[in-house]
Ligand binder design. Sequence first.
Ligand SMILES: Cc1ncc(COP(=O)(O)O)c(C=O)c1O
Length: 389
Amino acid sequence: MSQMIFADSLSRLGTESAFAVLARAGALAAGGRDIINLGIGQPDFKTPEHVVEAGIKALRDGHHGYTPANGLPALREAVAADLHRRHGVEVNPDNVVVVPGGKPTMFFAVLMFGQPGVEILYPDPGFPIYESVIRYSGATPVPIPLREADGFAFSADAVLGRITPHTRLIIINSPANPTGGVTPRAEIDRLVAGLADHPHVAVLSDEIYSQMLYGGRAHVSLLQYPEIRDRLIMLDGWSKTYAMTGWRLGYAVWPDDAVDAATRLAINDHSCVNAAAQHAGLAALTGPQDAVQAMMAAFDARRALIVEELNALPGVRCMDPAGAFYAFANIEGTGMTARAAQDRFLEEAGVATVAGTAFGGHGEGYLRLSYASSRDTIRDAIARIRAIL
Ligand SMILES: Cc1ncc(COP(=O)(O)O)c(C=O)c1O
């Protein structure tokens, strides 16, 4: 019998528990249970029709081969034009690297800086892949606590106060998963001003929810700060905005000094993103945007509903999320831990949610509920939870 000996690093690689919840919910559903899934972070809408057609047309037109590793030139130009339209910034298409989704940019950025002896700052609660990949790289993950009292926004002082001579990268995410928190411009101004004292520190700004803000808020892109453009990696993509999670399409704007390394990582990893998906992504950026607006209007109405319903539950309170499509409910008053609530709500009420602790230690006492579901489904889910509380 053979006995494989894996690299030590493999034991440090974490995962995204939302996928485990999805698998468990799927198993329960396959066994005949009626399950409502508020666990997974993806829009329940379909990709806009004209985008799907562009993907099909690309296949019919024979776009079956490799593309440039960093993405089709027309797509990178469209990304630059879109960033100019939305954020008022100039981006050189040569600094754009198109990758299969949002995640590869995280992986590449952390691999570029992470090694033993290095510290990387990341939000807690935050997207679990940040911490996972930091650990995998051998670097030390340094959590930046995000607090309900601050609306789960980043505090410039909390970030700057954790920088040491060993810090190489800071990961920022606004609007945020799992909290829906949005960091106001004044706080980002202070953060960027403070970074002037730490020229050795790079920033990864995960702006995948940049088109998902509520209450008339405008997105603040870190690209709007020329003073850090030479050390900023800005991640965005199509998954959330255009309901394209399964197409695997995302991009980042890399600083001049890192773009070649990012492209080299892409060549080593996946060669290029599949050509049809890139053509679909081009249609998404250059075509009508009304589907995005309609989706956001629906999310906004659901947001109001889920927050109201959650706040009416005994022992539960929920802040109004300013962005993304997650409610991050405080469940301390129920007396349950986050994990116990996640398990009970799924097993007993048939409602899939994700424990706040899946997003870091500071998520204890919270539960993430994705409101990418219809209003009737949300009402039904909360009624089921109410029945067991
Ligand atoms: C904050 C954040 N960044 C990145 C991603 C990854 O997106 P993708 O599915 O495009 O890899 C997600 C997905 O949930 C996310 O929440």
